[in-house]
Ligand binder design. Sequence first.
Ligand code: ADP
Length: 500
Amino acid sequence: MLKILIANRGEIALRVMRSCKEMGIKTVAVYSEVDRLSPHVLYADEAVCLGPAPSNQSYLLGDKIIEVCKKLNVDGVHPGYGFLSENANFAKKVIENGIKFIGPSPESIEIMGSKLMAKNAVKAFDTPLVPGTDQPISDIEEAKKISEKIGYPILIKASAGGGGKGMRIVTKSEEFEEQMERAQSEAKNAFGDDSCFIEKYVASPRHIEVQVLGDHHGNYVYVFERECSIQRRHQKVVEEAPSFVITPELRKKIGEAAINAAKSCKYFNAGTVEFILDENLNFYFLEMNTRLQVEHPISELISGLDLVKEQIKIARGEKISFSQEDLSINGHAIELRVYAEDPQNNFLPDIGTLIEYKKPEGLGIRVDDGFREGMEIPIYYDPMIAKLVVWGKDRTEAIERMKRAIDEYRIKGVKTTLPFGKFVLNHPNFISGDIDTHFVEKYYNSDLLNETINEEEIKVISEFITLKNKLLFEKNNTQKSISNIENSSSNWKKNRPQAV
Ligand code: ADP
């Protein structure tokens, strides 16, 4: 593979490009009009604009992306996460055009993209499932009977679900119909598929997921687990590896169960098998994510692997070059997702300009981001600004390091989850490892954050940044016109604006 196109934006596009660079592989960025000055665009060897900001006019245009690949002689596509990463049709078209898709087969994506198909696949492979139904609910009365048998509370889940959407807790039979209708309409709106099923609602679970790698030769390894129980709206905010509660014996058991889940759909490349773990340390399969996860850096820090390089090598047809026994856990890693969200207002997404943006530095700190000071957080995409990741020789050191890193991180202009991260890291239950997915509901109260924001200062700097951006755009346009006259060739790299 000589040239890889990254069908994504922001931090993940940049992160993939860095590994490509180390492997001597050229990179192509794609971008929407609002992202034209983004670090991922400036970092790539070549960059192509896909269209206006909304994802359905840019990052989701699979056919256009494939056209770009053909025009620029791209031989591999890395989809990152989100956007087209779990779109089996896109993967299929990429492959049909003679380009390598750096991910699993379209068939694996399809099976694991449906929670119901996934359950049916893994069932035959000895992977424990949460008690519930494995077919879409078609008869409400029948579904109620099953729920009585399982025992309330139960969870109604959308088969096509993702990002915590289409999930409803039902505590008693009388609520069933109403919650069912809500789950179905939410699922229909979000995924165009209203199939829902029932699962026992595990009262106090931890979210544990296992990183797996599989190659085209039938070899599999698990790269240990990540503990992702600190969530808001069923979405992760703080993740750590390894998990505080997983013993070596349980690690082996859950790791092998994850590999079995991967085998059930003949999986290759990097994937993540998600489980919930109950209070008695029983684990149950939730779903498999057929892509690189947001939180993959913590697995990299404890294992020493570069998962993107492994993905590329696997896509090239190489065998995984190490065995399970070669892998070991070194130290402890924690990730905080720094979102442009207001933790004092129910984590509502915030938009604005990064009027001050200074990253923390020093031993054991990794920041994966896709923004620079002065940039705006666009409203069109996921509001994640950065992933703040720390490594320590043990959990205590990792916690202390994360607290220092949060203190050093300077972000002004938008509200962020940094103060929330500090709250979590200081919380006695987090420190003692006594957490479950209800941590936020149980312990968090926005009054506990004492963020002070100087509104006047923000206003003045905002105006300055707006002016600076305006000048930057003008400079960019002028440069473009000059370049167009000088060189009408399609080599964007030569003509593109320089980072400022
Ligand atoms: P999504 O694909 O929408 O992310 P998941 O099935 O992965 O949905 O579940 C997301 C989160 O919802 C889990 O991490 C967990 O917190 C909660 N959850 C899911 N299933 C159950 C369950 N059966 N009992 C309790 N909590 C659950």
